[in-house]
Design a protein around this ligand. Structure first.
Ligand code: FAD
Length: 472
């Protein structure tokens, strides 16, 4: 029998449920395919950095599969529709008996998979797996069999389920007998690619595993204390690998429990585990409410908010020229590295929506276009949280003050100085309010004054949300 593994967002050989299932029968001839879909990626705003990261990892995957006697073909078509057609022809040409793949939970992806299964009909047996999550969406529900809308009870139920039984990791397949045809010449796909800083994001599955192991040593112990301080490298930075499936959440869970078994009971490591459960929460939400994939808010009335259309301010935010140092430093970190610290994602998202009153979807799109860890569920969840449009989001009247956020989480301005060299001469006392210092000097700073007055902006935003909330 010929088994085909269709790789998508699961670019690894370890703990890959579809790959392991395809290899279970020692006599099966196992082959693999990846189909790039640049038009679809463009539509989904995939960042050129993430495309590069995928490309790099595809090459690693090609090698590690070849070492196991599995040939990976890499192809390119336009969009998802074409990939369905392509897959069908490929299955015919290669006489495939069974197709193995790991589920993706976004709407277009699910439609594509349904179309594939329909098109292949009875000719090819299809098997899908819940691989990118710890527990399958739909499996953690309230007493009424509904998805939770609030995180804390979801998380409690989730941990209770983990206590009942942990999702096991599966090993990488052993080397298989069989003929490997001459490997394809790999040509990069037709999509803008942007180099990734390998010091921040070393390429390779082993590198990701190494980073996980290292993090689960001491850093995870300090995580609860340090995770909100952007000047410290206190978080795992594993998001880039998790987003494209170079690492699985099961690998994260097992490594964490191995080092800190008490993390399931609220002990050391539990704060990090909680973040992994946020990741699950947002994925489970996408499946329960597919409208989240269609640019719709979870809370319908928030769609009545009248957003400001201000291209100049949007651009100032994107480029890190708002005059609020913590916001600007964070945006420069994003633009330069493709990654931003979680605390700062909340700060800049709140700033765009609640200080500039610009539609959260503009921010969501811009983040996707830059992030190396772009992930629809987490990104949409984060933006809807910050904009108070989501389930269990910050209430609409909770508005971060960008200056105090800076003062709290970057007390000495170390992070700001790292990203805004133009503020190097500003004394520590004024690092969060450089305009006050500049006004007292004979010099002018090469740095903008704040583009909004936070107090006034706050009042305007509250009014806009309250007007939207009133029955029409
Ligand atoms: P750690 O703190 O080490 O956490 C471990 C892992 O848990 C992360 O790698 C990530 O997979 C998951 N995680 C952590 N926090 C969250 C969270 N709040 N929601 C969902 N998953 C979480 N994360 C993405 O992976 N992709 C995105 O596109 C994305 N966009 C975001 C947009 C906004 C506006 C906000 C507020 C958050 C967003 N996040 C996103 C969540 C979070 O900021 C990142 O996952 C985190 O900063 C990644 O760094 P890390 O790997 O060091 O995280």
């Amino acid at each position: 029998a010929t088994h085909l593994v269709w790789f998508r967002n699961d670019l690894r050989v370890n703990d890959n449920l579809a790959l392991a299932a395809a290899c279970r029968d020692p006599h099966a001839h196992v082959i693999a395919i990846f189909i790039a879909t640049p038009r679809q990626w463009l539509q989904h705003e995939m960042s050129p950095r993430q495309a590069e990261f995928i490309w790099q990892h595809l090459q690693c995957l090609h090698t590690s599969l070849a070492e196991r006697g599995i040939e990976l073909s890499i192809h390119q078509v336009d969009g998802f529709d074409e990939s369905v057609e392509y897959l069908k022809n490929f299955c015919e040409a290669r006489k495939v008996d069974a197709l193995f793949y790991n589920y993706q939970y976004e709407l277009n992806e699910r439609r594509r998979d349904a179309a594939v299964e329909k098109m292949l009909g009875r000719e090819v047996v299809c098997q899908g797996f819940d691989d990118s999550v710890l527990l399958p969406p739909g499996s953690i529900t309230t007493g009424n069999n509904e998805m939770y809308k609030v995180f804390t009870p979801f998380s409690k139920a989730f941990i209770k389920r983990l206590h009942e039984g942990l999702p096991e990791c599966v090993s990488a397949p052993k080397a298989r007998e069989g003929m490997l045809t001459e490997p394809d010449k790999l040509t990069a796909f037709d999509y803008p690619l942007q180099p990734v800083d390998v010091n921040l994001f070393p390429v390779g599955e082993q590198q990701a595993i190494h980073q996980l192991r290292q993090f689960c040593g001491q850093p995870v112990v300090d995580y609860a204390e340090q995770r909100n301080l952007p000047s410290i490298d206190g978080t795992s930075r594993l998001s880039a690998y998790l987003a494209i499936g170079v690492l699985s959440p099961r690998q994260c869970l097992h490594r964490l429990l191995r080092n800190h078994p008490q993390s399931l009971d609220g002990g050391t490591g539990s704060v990090w585990l909680n973040e992994l459960i946020w990741r699950e929460f947002y994925r489970h939400l996408l499946v329960a409410w597919p409208k989240l994939c269609r640019h719709q808010p979870f809370i319908p009335w928030t769609d009545n908010v009248v957003w400001r259309q201000d291209e100049t301010q949007l651009m100032a935010w994107q480029q890190g020229r708002t005059g609020f140092p913590i916001v600007d430093a964070a945006m420069r970190q994003l633009n330069t590295t493709g990654w931003m610290h979680n605390r700062l994602r909340m700060v800049v998202a709140s700033f765009l929506v609640k200080d500039l009153l610009i539609d959260w979807r503009c921010g969501e799109r811009y983040f996707m276009s830059q992030l190396i860890d772009g992930d629809l569920a987490a990104n949409n969840g984060g933006w809807q949280w910050a904009a108070s449009t989501g389930t269990d989001a910050a209430p609409y009247f909770r508005i971060f003050n960008p200056t105090t956020q800076g003062e709290r989480f970057d007390v000495k301005g170390e992070f700001i100085r790292q990203w805004l060299p133009e503020l190097s001469s500003v004394p520590e006392k004024y690092i969060h309010t450089p305009w006050i210092w500049a006004d007292k000097q004979p010099l002018t700073l090469d740095y903008p004054r704040p583009i909004v007055d936070h107090k006034q902006a706050r009042i305007a935003t509250l009014a806009a949300y309250e007007a939207a909330r009133k029955p029409q």
